[in-house]
Design a protein around this ligand. Structure first.
Ligand code: CA
Length: 282
């Protein structure tokens, strides 16, 4: 077990975000949102980057090939040969001041992602679900900065962060229908300029939360108790995901700001394994 935090040799991001492990490719994808960049790192460290021409908040593998994104205009498909986007489903076309932000897919391949206003205005965003048949369902309205999403290993719970609430919430989740219900607080995180951002759920149901402005990643047990704090040399820690052949490497993204590692990608082996990142199945 290596608890040491290692810096990965990768481009320094303005707003590094959205790491996801593509198990079939044994590759890590992540984003630089305002730079319109999608990055991919293969197992051998080979880096590929695409300029997709608009801010992109989430990237996930697509089971039918290529990638699916949550971007400025909505849910998109990306051709990896060219980086060209095509629209799967428009989201909030009447609200150009909003963009799509963090998201993730459940085991059935439903793609959840939220929106936020460019000026981070409270209540301006929403959370959406893109089903494999390309229908879009509004799951929540009146969100602030819609961020981390993840599921318990049995998919009976969905964790969700609206950063402006300073808490990680949890819903009851119906894996048969993709419905959410019974929102309640799971854990309080931050205050002032310190707030929760992205998250991932490990194979034991532990919830790992990136702390924007807090220079740390927090590990809560399934009861919401804080078990571990990983200090990161970047104030703006944005998201995390487990990857590697044994899903025991925890990749951590960061953004520009204070700290010697601001904007860098990090990896550590915290001694637990993650769950697979699921592809969009549409
Ligand atoms: Ca985020």
């Amino acid at each position: 077990m290596t608890e040491q935090l290692m810096r990965v040799d990768a481009p320094v991001a303005e707003l590094g975000e959205g790491p996801v492990w593509a198990d079939g490719e044994q590759a890590l994808y992540w984003l630089d949102i305002p730079a319109d960049q999608v990055h991919r790192m293969a197992a051998g460290g080979q880096l590929t980057s695409w300029d997709v021409g608009q801010p992109v908040g989430t990237v996930v593998p697509r089971a039918s090939g290529g990638l699916a994104l949550a971007a400025q205009d909505g849910f998109m498909a990306m051709d990896q040969a060219t980086g060209t986007l095509s629209l799967l489903a428009a989201v909030e076309p009447d609200r150009p001041e909003n963009r799509m932000n963090d998201g993730a897919c459940d085991r059935a391949g439903r793609f959840f992602a939220g929106t936020m206003a460019d000026d981070e205005r409270p209540g301006a965003g929403a959370l959406y679900r893109l089903d494999p048949d390309l229908t879009v369902t509004t799951m929540l309205t009146g969100t602030g900065i819609s961020n981390g999403i993840g599921w318990s290993p049995d998919e009976r719970l969905m964790y969700y962060v609206d950063s402006l609430t300073y808490q990680v919430d949890v819903f009851d989740y119906d894996p048969a229908t993709g419905a959410i219900d019974g929102r309640r607080r799971f854990a309080a995180v931050g205050q002032g300029d310190v707030m929760p951002d992205g998250l991932t759920v490990d194979a034991d149901g532990g919830v790992w939360v990136a702390v924007w402005g807090g220079g740390a990643l927090l590990h809560h047990d399934p009861a919401g108790r804080l078990r571990q704090t990983i200090e990161v040399p970047a104030a703006h820690v944005t998201s995390c995901v487990f990857g590697g052949p044994d899903l025991d490497r925890l990749y951590i993204t960061t953004a520009a700001g204070d700290g010697a590692g601001a904007g860098a990608l990090f990896v550590t082996e915290p001694g637990v394994t993650g769950q697979l990142s699921h592809p969009f199945r549409g």
